[in-house]
Ligand binder design. Structure first.
Ligand code: NAD
Ligand code: ZN
Ligand code: ZN
Length: 385
């Protein structure tokens, strides 16, 4: 089959590789019909997350069940399904608490019974480096889906692939960013990052009762997309001091909720530098710092943008003094997905209005370049195997 293979920093290509096969009774083999490139793929592409050997990338995908393992009773050949990006057993200590991204069984090498330092490593994700289990991803013609009895969700017939695809990751992730803030209604929510994840968080903020939603970015075309797809006010942080502006817009108080939907690539030069110095010398990353500055006293900051170990230096004083509540992490898609499928089906939210590029899988390596360089007004790329 054909698949997009990561070979090294900024080196991906569509190669002929071996077809996946059932390895465990709870597996299925999926024929992928749609798959997307995510900002998270860029951390690997840019060499910020180490991946020493070749790996098929892709954690946002859906398709048609081709082959079902003997232990999977809820799916049959021909079912069209969408797949949560975390790989989770469904039954361990953490899965039982709806914390599927911390599954103890999907990533045994790093999260085994031995524990120790590695006990801190989370569960597995599709196509997301050896640290996250080393599983082949879904930017491919076929993919093996472990724990298929608890992950895949059958897509209602009346939804197209484009309408359903972002239930794998970015809508549940945007939803998590807002859910963690526990809105009561009437809040001012600021989302840093008008990429796919940020825009999904904005859509979620409206549904959960925000009275005002503001999107911040440094690229005018991304701000335009946020206006169009999420009907938000915007701030161009490349032209103005976003924190001052937010304070002015909120009578000096700051926003009730700030969401960091950018992560460690906010300043690429800084990232490159940070990888080469000891951890203690590195400050908090840019947009997380903005969030802490722009949130009101007693407000909430949620973080879905991804950070790695060089960014462990955190402004404890500011967090303590302002009484800020914080929560972040990989989104627990399994917890939210059924509710979110219903929202899409009922027409309460539209997800496919951010797709700017839909191309054959064979064009994937060029699309990585375009998406990474933010060229061609690219917001979200869908690949068709
Ligand atoms: P993206 O690269 O398309 O979007 C990032 C946006 O941030 C871009 O529009 C960029 O212009 C903007 N940006 C960069 N620097 C900025 C700055 N200083 N101020 C304001 N905006 C700035 O990526 P995406 O697909 O939207 O993903 C965003 C983040 O979410 C990534 O870190 C990704 O890994 C992460 N993510 C997390 C989860 C999760 O479960 N927590 C899931 C999916 C993605
Ligand atoms: Zn993703
Ligand atoms: Zn588990």
């Amino acid at each position: 089959m054909k698949a997009l293979v990561f070979h090294g920093k900024k080196n991906v290509s569509v190669d002929n590789v071996e077809d996946p096969r059932i390895e465990n009774p709870r597996d299925t083999i999926l024929k992928v019909t749609s798959t997307a490139i995510c900002g998270s793929d860029l951390h690997i592409y840019n060499g910020l997350f180490p991946q020493p050997k070749d790996l098929i990338l892709g954690h946002e995908f859906m398709g048609v069940v081709e082959e079902v393992g003997a232990g999977v009773n809820n799916l049959k050949r021909g079912d069209r399904v969408v797949i949560p990006f975390p790989i989770a057993c469904g039954h361990c200590h953490f899965c039982s608490m709806d914390l599927h991204t911390h599954c103890e069984n999907s990533n045994p090498e790093f999260y085994g019974p031995e524990g120790g330092l590695l006990k801190g490593k989370g569960g597995a994700l599709f196509g997301y480096t050896d640290l996250y289990g080393g599983y082949s991803g879904g930017q491919a013609e076929y993919v093996r889906v472990p724990y298929s009895d608890i992950g895949p969700r059958v897509v209602p017939d009346n939804l197209t692939d484009d309408q359903a695809l972002f239930l794998t990751d970015i809508f549940p992730t945007g939803w998590a960013a807002i859910d963690w803030a526990q809105l009561k209604g009437g809040e001012v929510v600021v989302v840093f990052g008008c990429g796919p994840v940020g825009i999904m968080a904005m859509k979620a903020a409206w549904i959960r009762g925000a009275s005002r939603v503001i999107g911040v970015d440094i690229l005018p075309y991304r701000l335009e997309m946020a206006k169009k797809a999420a009907h938000v006010e915007t701030i161009d942080a490349s032209r103005t001091n976003a924190v001052d502006e937010i304070r002015q817009m909120t009578g000096g108080y700051g926003a009730d909720v700030c969401v960091d939907a950018v992560g460690m690539e906010a300043d690429r030069n800084f990232v490159e530098k940070a990888l080469n110095v000891v951890r203690a010398q590195v400050g908090t990353m840019k947009t997380l710092g903005y969030c802490l500055d722009a949130v009101r006293r007693g407000g909430v900051v949620t973080v879905v943008g991804v950070y790695g170990t060089p960014f462990d230096n955190f402004p404890l004083h500011q967090w303590f003094d302002k009484g800020i509540q914080m929560k972040g992490g990989q989104a627990t898609v399994h917890k939210y997905i059924d509710h979110l499928i219903a929202l899409v089906q009922e027409g309460k939210v539209v997800l496919d209005d951010i797709i700017t590029h839909k191309v054959p899988l064979t064009d994937a390596s060029r699309m990585y370049e375009i998406f990474n360089n933010k060229e061609d007004d690219c917001v979200k790329v869908v690949l068709k195997p």
